[in-house]
Ligand binder design. Structure first.
Ligand code: PMP
Length: 364
């Protein structure tokens, strides 16, 4: 049998092997139903159990307080870029956006397409997004509809170490690439959202965690499928949800629980990222991290360059020959990127560290 690749893909990305094996085992006959999860009616009691179990597990793992709802939507994190301003940016209000990378820019762009009033509360674009702005750099306008941040910048490889306290203004975070990688105080947020395809499961499901009072205040004069209140009233079963993806999400959550929960996962993630950051920091400048400020370094996406594009090409081609996948940087920025999401094993990061040291020895 073929061994598993050292998968450093940025998303869709590695899934835990025990999860894949469990899904394989249950594929053709799920819990004695005589069919796969994919073939169940989304209105059946069996499927509803899968659905509600996933919601409860997420609430438990992230310690989501009462007064928050968990929704499973479609359209990726990208559709949330549109749904957020459509639901929450009422006439005469303005919403703040912190720009820390391409995904924050895209979130802002969707609000401006709708001709809604926005402002940039802080940005590190002028510095090629090499750091997260300090909390003292944020210019929050009183009465803002919300402040939007990207908690982890998948392309540039930066991550918020500490979240801003926005007081009465709801804080909304795109956590697509770091949800469930470390504990988070959900009560600080009005809304958290994430496409599943990095830390949660396969693509096709988008998790939304939303404070109930925001749902109550959301606009209702928008298309039905884009209304949070409709999805909430129907427990994300207004229309056919991505049932198999939600089932896989539930298996991933159970796997996280078995690892010891989010705190244990964070410790593992720190160990993994440190292996690779050490290879960068101890390379005497052969490898240079894109993120200049160590406090802003991402635990999930480790971005770095080599002394020349020719060496980067050679690095990527040798890495590929040795079974590493997904080490190329995003097509918009080039360079190299190792995405070490929750399901990437420590051994994969050790193997990458060893490869980086060996490559430097041969070419440094
Ligand atoms: N936000 C972030 C931080 C992302 O990394 C991505 C995808 N890589 C997106 C949004 C877009 O997600 P989707 O493809 O699910 O729309």
């Amino acid at each position: 049998t073929m061994t598993r690749a050292w998968n450093f893909n940025a998303g869709p990305s590695a899934l835990p092997l025990p999860v894949l094996e469990k899904a394989q085992k249950e594929l053709v006959n799920f819990r004695e139903s005589g069919m796969s999860v994919m073939e169940l009616s989304h209105r059946s009691a069996l499927y509803e159990g899968v659905h509600n179990e996933a919601i409860e597990l997420l609430k438990e793992l992230l310690q989501i307080p009462d007064g928050y709802q968990v929704l499973f939507l479609q359209g990726g994190a990208s559709l949330q870029f549109s749904m957020i301003p459509m639901n929450f940016l009422q006439e005469g209000m303005r919403a703040g956006y912190v720009l820390t990378g391409s995904w924050s820019e895209k979130a802002l762009k969707e609000a401006t397409i709708l001709k809604q009033e926005t402002y940039v509360a802080a940005s590190t674009k002028e510095e090629s997004y090499r750091r997260i702005p300090g909390l003292d750099e944020l210019k929050l306008e009183q009465g803002s509809a919300y402040l939007h941040i990207t908690s982890n910048n998948t392309i540039y490889g930066s991550e918020w170490a500490e979240y801003p306290d926005t007081g009465e203004i709801p804080l909304i975070a795109d956590m697509s690439s770091d949800i469930l990688s470390r504990p988070v105080d959900v009560s600080k947020f009005g809304m958290i959202y994430a496409g599943a395809q990095k830390n949660l499961g396969p693509s096709g499901v988008t998790v939304v965690i939303l404070r109930s009072d925001l749902i109550e205040k959301a606009r209702t004069d928008i298309p039905t499928m884009l209304r949070y209140d409709i999805h909430n009233k129907n427990n994300s079963l207004y229309n056919t949800p991505p049932t198999f993806g939600i089932y896989m999400l539930g298996l991933v959550l159970k796997w996280v629980q078995q690892l010891g929960g989010v705190q244990a996962v964070e410790a593992r993630n720190q160990e993994k990222a440190q292996l690779i950051y050490n290879a960068i920091d101890e390379s005497n400048g052969f490898y240079t991290g894109h993120v200049s400020d160590k406090m802003s370094r991402s635990l999930m996406n480790i971005t770095f360059r080599l002394p020349s594009e020719a060496l980067e090409k050679e690095f990527l081609s040798q890495a590929k020959a040795q079974g590493f996948v997904g080490l190329n940087g995003h097509r918009s920025v080039g360079g190299c990127r190792a995405s070490a999401y929750n399901a990437v094993p420590v051994e994969a990061c050790q193997a990458l560290r060893d490869f980086m040291i060996e490559f430097q020895r041969a070419h440094g």
